[in-house]
Design a protein around this ligand. Structure first.
Ligand SMILES: [Fe+2]
Length: 398
């Protein structure tokens, strides 16, 4: 009986195409549905990450006034995910529109074709300026249904959902071998702004989707290979906050990597030596002041632009980015739903616009000493990529 139940669960979470983007949680992706606005907006969260640095990835479903649903940034259409979507379809009508709001982020792009395949009546609207790596393939080759895939026009009044939504496209920003673009979508009735990667807010507590299987939290809460962490909320919180530092800075100033000889020696005496625990290898050592770095990163929950986007992407096109942010800030939204980290972010257009102040000269947002120090690794990466001609030079601040 238990085995039967277990097999059913595994099948429910199965994502057979995981080798296309081979990241955690691989073939077993759980989905968590959350109602953001009663009977109007739902988010569907799954996880993604490497080396147990796991963060939520999110799709948003919005009920249309005339019946039916709109989907922004689909996640993996596992049986569980489809069942949870179909519960909404039964109540509110078919999925009419599916939006792919990015061109570069493969973690969002990869699910659109398979998701659309499960909802054959839906029209797919993709952000313009697509490209794929290593070959620049047409969208139909990436599994998008050719007979019902459209490119979002620049003029947002030209789409069939224009009465309820408005959108602005950032980009394309030239990144050398690739390009970046993102579609900000505004749902007028609920005053909600949907974004993909440009804005995040970091919660103090681990998101519910990560707590379904807290092993990554336990892993990163360790101070050394010898630790076996108690399974409690305090451990989860510690693990989560360190995961945020990893995910957003790669290597913050408060993280040291001990010599590999020591890492291997410690592994021999590690508390956990299973394959799941990377055979006891734990190449991290956190300085005591890491919580200050987390607090500086978090900015009291204010929306902000992830350091990688600040330093590797949006600073290639400050003028275009600020013009886009100014346009988006014209909408009267009261909350933001991004595709990663916290949701929903209560935010005014002014708070949203402030998040892009880092592109302006003499902005106070550029002066946080701890943040500056923690961004050094990404700044270094920027220099290396520019030197190798893999990234065009940054443009001066405005
Ligand atoms: Fe993303």
């Amino acid at each position: 009986m238990w085995m039967q139940q277990q097999n059913k669960t595994f099948k429910d979470w199965l994502w057979p195409f995981w080798p296309v983007v081979p990241i955690y949680p691989y073939s077993q992706r759980r989905t968590l549905r959350q109602e953001i606005i009663s009977n109007t907006i739902w988010t569907f969260e799954q996880l993604q990450g490497i080396f147990y640095v796991v963060v939520p990835i999110r799709m948003t479903v919005i009920k249309l006034a005339q019946g039916g649903l709109l989907v922004y940034a689909p996640v993996a259409p596992t049986d569980e995910c489809i069942r949870l979507v179909n519960e909404l379809v039964e109540q509110h009508g078919d999925i009419k529109y599916i939006i792919l709001p990015t061109i570069s982020a493969v973690e969002h792009k990869v699910f659109v074709g398979p998701f659309a395949y499960r909802f054959p009546k839906a029209q797919v609207y993709a952000s313009p300026y697509h490209w794929s790596f290593p070959l620049n393939l047409p969208l139909s080759w990436l599994g998008f249904p050719p007979d019902r895939t459209y490119i979002l026009p620049k003029d947002s009044s030209q789409v069939p959902f224009a009465d309820e939504f408005d959108y602005r496209i950032l980009g394309p920003i030239d990144l050398g071998p690739g390009r970046f673009a993102e579609v900000a979508l505004f749902h007028k009735q609920s005053q909600t702004l949907l974004l993909t990667d440009t804005i995040v807010s970091v919660p103090t507590e681990p998101p519910a989707i990560i707590r379904l299987d807290p092993y990554p939290l336990l892993f990163h809460a360790k101070d050394s290979a010898f630790d076996l962490m108690p399974d409690n909320l305090e451990t989860y919180r510690k693990g989560w906050q360190r995961i945020c530092l990893f995910a957003l800075y790669f290597r913050s100033s408060v993280l040291e990597v001990p010599p590999w000889g020591q890492v291997f020696r410690n592994a021999l005496k590690a508390a956990e030596k299973s394959k799941k625990a990377y055979f006891g290898l734990f190449p991290f050592q956190w300085r005591d002041n890491w919580p200050q770095s987390f607090a500086a990163l978090r900015r009291n929950g204010e929306p902000f632009v992830a350091p990688i986007l600040q330093n590797l992407i949006l600073n290639r096109a400050p003028q275009e980015t600020l013009a886009w942010a100014d346009q988006v800030a014209q909408w009267n939204f009261r909350q933001i739903i991004p595709c990663h980290f916290d949701v929903p972010i209560p935010a005014t257009p002014k708070q949203f616009r402030q998040a892009f102040n880092f592109l302006e000269k003499d902005s106070a947002s550029n002066n946080n000493f701890i943040v500056i120090k923690d961004q050094e690794f990404i700044n270094d990466l920027e220099m290396k990529l520019e030197k190798a001609w893999l990234l065009p030079p940054a443009q001066p601040k405005i």
